[in-house]
Design a protein around this ligand. Structure first.
Ligand code: IPE
Ligand code: IPE
Ligand code: MG
Length: 252
């Protein structure tokens, strides 16, 4: 925005932006390797980039932003790299003061919700604190998928629902399944973004992103700046909206 230019009211900006943007932040390693730096340097830059994108998303009128920070598969990486990434994401939750000051509501999806996480206790506490401190905030809804895998989430939801069905007669249906996921408040994804060129889901939001247009940019995550997010939104505006025929929801 030019200096002196008035920001458009949030409603106006939100009308031009997808409600829920989900990002697979990929390419930290390649970004670093291309510069002759250790992969960890890419992760460090990537974490800073994420903090910037949270601010930009809010500014562009996006209401929900979900970022893939660490997958259940990422545990298979060398221990030193895993430890480094875990340490960095503690930073994200530590940026709490800034996010809280900007009225951001923080959530986390992943094994922490099901109580099966292998994350160190101090990180779990940090997550819990951020979620609790920001739970009354009404600005951007920022969700970090951390120690997250969509297949595990679906199994978790199936288990939850089965219990509610057996004990409380809850019908088995699409809405009740959606309400059994890690974070039932998470709306369907309107735009799925992946950086660094690969066209795959890598076990991310398989239920929530089923209708989302998938935007892939060759840019590595540490270079994903405001103009990159604006380009993704511009692409999204050119997509035809998904319109479904009315149909009877399937229930048992
Ligand atoms: C994404 O960057 C960050 C995480 C998966 C945690 P990568 O580390 O996957 O970077 P590339 O894909 O090897 O370049
Ligand atoms: C996806 O990136 C996971 C995150 C961004 C956290 P990966 O680099 O781990 O995915 P693959 O291995 O290319 O599928
Ligand atoms: Mg990768």
């Amino acid at each position: 925005m030019d200096v002196g230019e008035e920001a458009a009211p949030l409603d106006e900006r939100a009308a031009k932006a997808p409600g829920h943007v989900a990002i697979i932040m990929d390419g930290n390693g390649r970004w670093a390797e291309g510069r002759g730096l250790p992969r960890t340097e890419g992760h460090r830059q990537g974490e800073e980039r994420l903090a910037g994108v949270v601010r930009t998303a809010d500014d562009l009128g996006i209401r929900w932003l979900t970022a893939y920070g660490f997958s259940t598969e990422n545990w298979a990486r060398p221990k030193m790299e895993v430890d480094f990434i875990l340490g960095l994401h503690k930073n994200i939750f530590r940026r709490l003061d800034e996010m809280h000051g900007n009225n951001v509501r923080i959530r986390c999806v992943g094994r922490a919700v099901s109580g099966t996480s292998r994350l160190p206790r101090r990180i779990l506490r940090e997550i819990e604190r951020s979620v609790r401190t920001t739970e009354s905030n009404t600005g951007l809804n920022f969700t970090l998928a951390f120690d997250y895998g969509a297949r595990e989430e679906l199994v978790y939801a199936a288990r939850n629902l089965l219990r509610a069905h057996r004990d409380g007669g809850v019908p088995i249906s699409e809405p009740s399944f959606a309400a059994s996921l890690y974070e039932p408040a998470l709306p369907p994804v309107d735009l799925l973004v992946r950086t660094s060129g690969e066209q795959r889901y890598s076990n991310f939001l398989l239920w929530q992103a089923v209708d989302a247009p998938f935007y892939v940019t060759p840019t590595y995550w540490p270079d994903f700046d405001r103009s990159e997010l604006e380009a993704a939104l511009e692409w999204w505006r050119r997509q035809r909206p998904v319109v479904h025929e009315e149909r009877e929801p399937a229930a048992d």
